[in-house]
Design a protein around this ligand. Structure first.
Ligand SMILES: [Zn+2]
Length: 56
């Protein structure tokens, strides 16, 4: 795990951030990840596609 992210909070629920996705800090919650994805502007690029595939 990277240390730098432990200082950050999820931008949607305020919990400890676990990852930086779609230009936002998010926790482990898939709902927050989804919020980040929506804020970014919806599907676009292989990152969003990859995530959609993993969710199946
Ligand atoms: Zn969150």
């Amino acid at each position: 795990m990277s240390d730098w992210i432990e200082k950050e909070k999820c931008q949607f629920c305020g919990k400890q951030a676990k990852r930086f996705m779609f230009a936002a800090f998010v926790c482990e919650s898939e709902e927050c990840l989804e919020e980040a994805r929506k804020e970014r502007g919806g599907p676009g690029g292989h990152q969003a596609k990859k995530w959609a595939l993993e969710k199946e």
